[in-house]
Design a protein around this ligand. Structure first.
Ligand code: COA
Length: 218
């Protein structure tokens, strides 16, 4: 697969269901039996924090095979000063096209666009394996935490400029765009719009549990 084979472009309204289906294919059974990322995308686009200028898809032979989305979030320091940042996610690549450099390409492009828009810091939760090669570092290295000085192992920070963060303690304030995903009945109802798919256990769910429940203390 070379660069001329695919198109990278902004998502349009007519792509919505196809992108949601892609997310469902990519995330299915990954973190728990089934997934909710297709519903998350669905509600995220309607949320005030959503950033349409950073909503990119990759098209290959007329089909959407990868996507990335961003939303607005905040860092607040101990004196109450605020810094506008972006939260990245979801990002996904269709299982048939993974490990070919597509997420790398999507991230490099959107990091550049985010910087042009005036953002110098990207934060997301995730498996560090997927992100350290893109220059993400542990939140602890940048002194970014949750209230109560909690530094989750899966909270990853990408500084888009060398001087983006100056070492002072920042508290991360994510937006609440994912709150509707807690409504399991709503997720189930939305899932009925897609072809039937079997929920099952797989080892990545334990990996997700470990990453999402770990914090860095020292
Ligand atoms: C995670 C995901 C987005 C990566 O996309 P991708 O196009 O397959 O990744 P790339 O081929 O661009 O690889 C990017 C880098 O990450 C590394 N990488 C990718 N997947 C990895 C994995 N499972 N384990 C370890 N390293 C991995 C690659 O070695 C590569 O490093 P390099 O650029 O230095 O060579 C994709 O696998 C996916 O959609 N997974 C399911 C959904 C998901 O987990 N999304 C992320 C939520 S946290």
């Amino acid at each position: 697969m070379n660069k001329n084979d695919y198109i990278i472009r902004l998502e349009t309204e007519k792509d919505y269901r196809e992108t949601e289906n892609l997310a469902r294919e990519a995330f299915w059974n990954l973190s728990f039996p089934g997934c909710n990322e297709h519903y998350f995308i669905h509600v995220l686009r309607e949320h005030e924090a959503f950033i349409p200028e950073l909503d990119y898809v990759v098209e290959y032979e007329g089909k959407i095979i990868a996507c990335v989305m961003y939303s607005k979030a905040k860092l607040v320091d101990e004196n109450g000063n605020e810094k506008n940042i972006v939260s990245m996610g979801p990002i996904c690549v269709h299982p048939d096209f993974q490990r070919k450099g597509l997420s790398r390409m999507l991230l490099e492009l959107t990091f550049e666009k985010a910087l042009e828009m005036g953002y110098d810091t990207v934060i997301n939760f995730g498996n560090p394996d997927n992100y350290v090669a893109r220059g993400y570092k542990s939140c602890k290295k940048y002194n970014v935490c949750f209230e109560g000085d909690v530094f989750p192992a899966a909270l990853l920070v990408k500084a888009l400029k060398e001087d983006a963060l100056d070492g002072r303690k920042w508290f991360y304030h994510p937006n609440n765009a994912d709150a509707p995903c807690d409504d399991e009945a709503a997720v189930e109802e939305f899932d009925k719009l897609f072809p039937p798919k079997e929920k099952a256990w797989q080892p990545s769910q334990e990996e997700f549990y470990i990453h999402s429940h770990s914090v860095i203390n020292r």
